[in-house]
Design a protein. Structure first.
Length: 320
């Protein structure tokens, strides 16, 4: 069984801003990489003045789909799956009440759609958002968390969603964390270089005090792959202004020095994990080898099974 990494995101461009270097690294190592995007991003405004043209606005959903395909290719995704819901917009907006929106969809239905994808693609590792959205209460991001946690459990349950594929149980679920420490370093580097920092006002308004303090349990080294984030972001031409100081204000060499890893927290694991990780697939190959050995009639002689029948360290990792 080959290794497979699946990430679940809310909108086109989320896959570029969160964990792109990680995906690029695993893709280069031969891991199959699958992106699930739950909505079409129809409510995203055009933030790049050069793209704010009538013909672009008229075809924005199609434009954003093409941008997603381009970004996924630049990052290194092997497969892109659209879950098929409409962007829900922000709370209390007209889009949020649209029956086609992700927010309005019955949660069991949305979980079922993701379960079907998981059973088809068979990832050992899934990455999604934490319950705490870092002060960003977008309904679609909250719903992504809800359905991914539920689908992780349901995918391997033969009684759940019969007819949506052969039951398959992923082994590890991670939450991507907002890299607060790296944001602070970026702010300090702006000031060191004598540049205006786009974070100055946020920090004055107390953003650091409101930012989540959850410590990562895994940090994936993205040396040599950090530029995947930049390439992915630039592919989203309607959403990302190439002149934006927030995204591209620092010289590339300084960005590479600062953004050296992607942080995650282990939320659920069915394999033994000992201490902090630097690889989202740690313990997975051993677990798969043992499973194959058992199927072949030659159980492992290891005293400690790599496959656990209970949740390993999840409560400790998530703080619950």
């Amino acid at each position: 069984m080959g290794l497979c990494l699946m990430t679940v995101h809310a909108h086109p461009d989320d896959e570029a801003s969160k964990g792109a270097g990680t995906v690029a690294r695993y893709h280069a190592a031969g891991v199959r990489t699958v992106l699930v995007t739950c909505t079409g991003g129809e409510e995203g405004d055009i933030l790049n003045p050069a793209m704010d043209r009538p013909e672009v606005r008229a075809e924005l959903p199609a434009v954003r789909r093409q941008e997603l395909a381009d970004a996924a290719g630049a990052i290194g995704y092997d497969e892109v799956v659209l879950l098929g819901y409409r962007d829900s917009g922000m709370p209390d907006s007209p889009a949020n009440a649209d029956p086609r929106s992700f927010h309005q969809a019955p949660i069991a239905e949305a979980v079922g759609r993701l379960v079907e994808v998981i059973r088809r693609e068979r990832p050992q590792v899934i990455v999604t958002y934490p319950e705490d959205q870092s002060g960003y209460p977008h309904p679609d991001h909250i719903r992504v968390h809800e359905i991914t946690v539920a689908a992780f459990e349901a995918a391997g349950d033969p009684a759940a969603y019969p007819g949506l594929g052969e039951p398959y149980q992923p082994l590890k679920l991670y939450y991507s964390l907002w890299p607060v420490e790296q944001m602070v370093k970026r702010h300090e580097k702006f000031l060191e270089l004598g540049l205006d920092s786009p974070y100055t006002e946020l920090i004055k308004e107390g953003w650091l005090e409101r930012a989540p303090v959850q410590e990562p349990t895994a940090k994936v080294d993205i040396a040599g792959f950090a530029d995947a984030r930049r390439a992915g972001l630039l592919a989203h031409a309607t959403q990302i202004d190439p002149a934006s100081p927030h995204w591209f204000g620092l010289p590339v060499e300084h960005e590479r020095e600062i953004h050296v890893n992607d942080p995650y927290v282990l939320a659920r694991s069915l394999v033994v994990v000992d201490g902090p990780e630097d690889d989202l697939f740690s313990s997975v190959p051993q677990a798969l080898a043992e499973l194959e050995g058992t199927r072949a009639g030659s159980p492992s002689s290891s005293k400690r099974s790599a496959l656990a029948s209970e949740e390993i360290g999840a409560d400790r990792a998530t703080g619950r």
